[in-house]
Structure formats: structure tokens, C-alpha cells
Design a protein around this ligand. Sequence first.
Ligand code: PMV
Length: 325
Amino acid sequence: MKSARASAPGKLMLLGEHAVVYGHPCLVTAVDIRYSAAVTPLDKSTPAIHIHRAESSAARVIPLNELGQLSEPETAFVEAVVKRVHQQRTIATSLRIETDGPAISYGLGSSSAVTVAAAAALNESLDLGFGNRELFDLCFEAVLDVQGKASGFDVAAAIYGGTLYFSERGEVITPLDVPSLPIVIGYSGAKVGTVSLVEKVAQLHSRQPFMVESIFELVHRLTDDGRYALEQKAWAELGDLFNIQQGLLDALGVSTLPLSRLIEAARSAGAWGAKLSGAGGGDCMVALAEPDSVEAIRRAIHDAGGEIVEYASNASGVRIESSAT
Ligand code: PMV
């Protein structure tokens, strides 16, 4: 048993959102907004988890046999992943878990990054021997415990990093060889929440099954074509696919006026293509930008009311930052 700290990156969906929840593929890149979790064994008689956030001295203390009631949204993901680990390898000691990371997450996957960082720090601290595949399964189950519905793409990005082709709810996770992505990320403001947007699409799916299934088939096809375009660095073709996917997300009812404004501004300033990224309803959009147009696109997004997000894409996956007995 030792103290260990791990960090994991956030994510940005490039293509495939919403259809990926139904087992279709997506393309995702890890983003270098890192969240960390530090695990320290504690000498206490009743085994319990003491969860802290770095900026606050208050702790949430949960006896190990009461884990998973998930009453506190702030600590729900950490609690859920400790519970999943405890089910697989009984934790017999008290632990302090301190999470840390940027206060503004821009919807770039802070929950999955914290979940993965906590699992990796526990793995190291207690020498549990989990490999990446087992970490993925544990963390995806934990995210499902909290959210109910999710594809697991964000968990895969936090674990493996880089840029991934992700399909069949994690049965297929393929790293793609793409050194750097010519993208500009704009933030439109906070969204209502992924679960309610996934639910909104599920309701449309039950009212219009043929239409929504057909959209998902198209999203599947354009994601496969997008993978090829990405690997070939065929940016103009990938830009077309971004624009088509945006149209389909609009058809699913998840785009918003602020997102559309930023997307139109980026296109008018010369982007190869632009779309919302993630569940929709707010958060980020992403534009594919020719180097000569980057400055004009950034300015246009800013002038249309967006905030430019400066974190790099294709970031490295979860890593142990420190480990000491
Ligand atoms: O907005 P985010 O980062 O939570 O992305 C959600 C993407 C969805 O496809 C809508 C849901 C999922 O789990 O894949």
C-alpha cells in the first residue's frame, strides 16, 4: 500500500455523437485538460473513503459498506468507481481520495477524467494489477451507475488518450495515427446536461424510429468515412463530414442558436467544416481550420459570442504522476 496520484485527460468528440450511444462508432480525441486524483491510505479502524476536492477542506466520508448511494453529485463518480473496484477486489483499509482539476471544464469530459484518474490511482496505490481494458470496464460501469445512459467514449479517451475510433460501446477501441489536428474549439456556454439530451433523442427515436435509425445509419457511415479522411489528412473531405453531421444533429434537435451562431461564423471565416461536439444543448463546437484561416476563425467565433478553448487535442491518456510508500 502506498500513496499514488494519477491524472487523465478530457475529450472532444469529432464525429458520431448520439448514434454512439446505440452502438454505432464515433471519433474522439483526448484533450489536454487534465484532472487528477490522489489516493492516500489512512490509519482508521472503520474502513471508509474520505473524498476531498483540492480547493476545499471539507471531506465526504463514506463507510466502504455504504458506498454508491451517490447522493452528492460532486463526489458521485469517485464513489461509484471505488464501489466498482471494491466489488472486484475487497478494499480493507480507509483511503483519502483528493481530486483536482480546472474549475471550468467546458464540457470536455471532467467526470470521466476524474473517474479514470481515481481508478488508476487506486490501482497503483493498492497494487491491484488492473490493465487498461479492466480499467475501462470498471470506469464505464461506474459512469453508467451515475448517468444511466452513456456510450463510454469519454472513458476510453481518458484511458487511452490520442485520437480513437470507438465502436460497439467499447468492444472496439482503435488508436488512430494522427499527430496533430487542425481544429479550433469554441465554447458556447453551459448545457443542460448530457442525460436529458440523450433522453430527448431517445424520445424522438420512439416517436420516429425509422427516421432516427436512418440518421444513425448515416452518422455511422460518415464516421467511418471520417476515420479514413482523418488518417489520410484529407481535411476538406473531413470538413464536409463535419457539416453533414451538424445537419443531422440539428435534425435530432440537439443544436442551439448560440452553437449555430459559432458554427456559421467559423464557416463564414473559411473553416473546412464546423459542428457542435458532444451531446449538444450548449458546450463546445469544433471547426476544422486551414492554418491560414485559423486567426480569422478564432476572431469570428469570439465575435459571435464564443470563448476560444486553448487546450491541445490528441493528448496522452491516463498516467501515474507520483507513487510513494
Ligand atoms: O456532451 P458530452 O461530452 O457529455 O457528450 C455526450 C455524447 C453523447 O454521444 C451524446 C453521449 C455518449 O455517452 O456518447
